[in-house]
Design a protein around this ligand. Structure first.
Ligand code: ADP
Ligand code: MG
Length: 301
């Protein structure tokens, strides 16, 4: 029997191993990833895909910045929507199975404390001089080890607004791409109307909410390592294969999973299972098939 799966694809499904994101790099990476995804669809699984968009949005922001005197820069939520379209199109071209891409908005709370304290770095590193110039235009920039980088709010996803449309296509047999880049963040104004905001929703946390919204049996987070590791990078490193939400929650609280990388994947897996999802899997993209049958990855129940 086929399963109803939400699969979150990480950077390695869309960029070269060194992170390069030329059109050729992106096409090649997507084609390789879709071989795995296509096999799952051919085996009878219902597959909903979501994906990151960090390098792609970084490129768009840089173009905005360079061309600002010629073409009006567009807001960050527009950049996110654009990447859903371009990455989605690459995915459509790479799959032989019928597929559809849904431009997806993610509702966030205008009062989310993340807006008071933007911490999510986006785009490239710049000099202090350039950072100060852009600060005067209202952006927030921070100094990192490698230089200055723009930071934006990363609010909690509250609702995947277009999940019902995506689910309807899934029910009709399409492989569906939805909530790319965590979804286009929108807030609801006091007048009830939605508007985009300059923020970035974590793609793994959005994937967990998407999986819950569509009643998926499994949330699969495909990345560039075979599984989550306790004591990562230490002599005591221990790959986590089969675990429970309770056990993984303790390891997470003890700080075993890095904040900007494995941390959100573990948090997403936990949220899905803690809210009644049957299982969540964190695996390498190349092990996707084995991870579904339970012979690879970190499996959380
Ligand atoms: P993606 O682009 O797929 O979302 P990230 O680069 O954000 O992936 O996260 C995957 C990375 O997390 C791995 O390449 C690994 O270096 C890092 N990582 C940090 N902590 C851990 C851990 N405890 N176990 C496994 N990987 C970890
Ligand atoms: Mg990565």
């Amino acid at each position: 029997m086929g399963e109803r799966l939400v699969i979150a694809l990480g950077g390695n499904a869309m960029t070269a191993p060194d992170g390069s994101a030329s059109p050729q790099d992106q096409r090649a990476a997507v084609e390789a990833a879709m071989k795995h995804v296509g096999s799952l669809a051919a085996a009878g699984h219902q597959v909903m895909l979501t994906h990151g968009n960090g390098p792609q949005v970084g490129n768009l922001l840089l173009k905005n910045q360079i061309a600002a005197d010629v073409v009006p820069p567009v807001p960050l939520d527009w950049c996110g929507a654009q990447t859903q379209g371009t990455i989605g199109t690459l995915i459509l071209n790479a799959l032989t199975h019928p597929a559809a891409v849904v431009v997806t908005r993610t509702l966030v709370d205008a009062a989310d404390p993340a807006f008071e304290d933007p911490v999510k770095p986006i785009g490239r590193y710049f000099t202090e001089q350039e950072a100060r110039r852009l600060e005067r235009l209202g952006q927030t920039w921070r100094r990192f080890e490698r230089g200055w980088r723009r930071v934006v709010a990363s609010p909690e996803p509250r609702e995947i607004l277009d999940a019902p449309a995506a689910a309807a296509l899934l029910d009709r047999g399409y492989v569906v791409v939805a909530a790319g880049g965590g979804g286009v963040p929108v807030v609801r104004g006091t007048d009830g109307r939605l508007r985009g905001v300059e923020a970035v929703v974590d793609k793994d946390l959005a994937a967990a909410l998407l999986a819950r919204s569509i009643g998926a049996s499994a949330l699969v987070i495909a990345t560039d390592v075979p599984c989550a590791v306790a004591g990562y990078g230490t002599p005591a490193a221990r790959p986590i294969r089969e675990t429970t939400a309770a056990e993984l929650r303790l390891l997470h609280a003890a700080g075993h999973f890095a904040r900007g990388s494995m941390g959100p994947k573990v948090e997403a897996a936990l949220r899905f299972v803690e809210h009644g999802g049957a299982r969540a899997v964190i695996c390498s993209l190349d092990d996707l098939g084995a991870a579904i049958t339970g012979t690879a990855g970190t499996v959380v129940r």
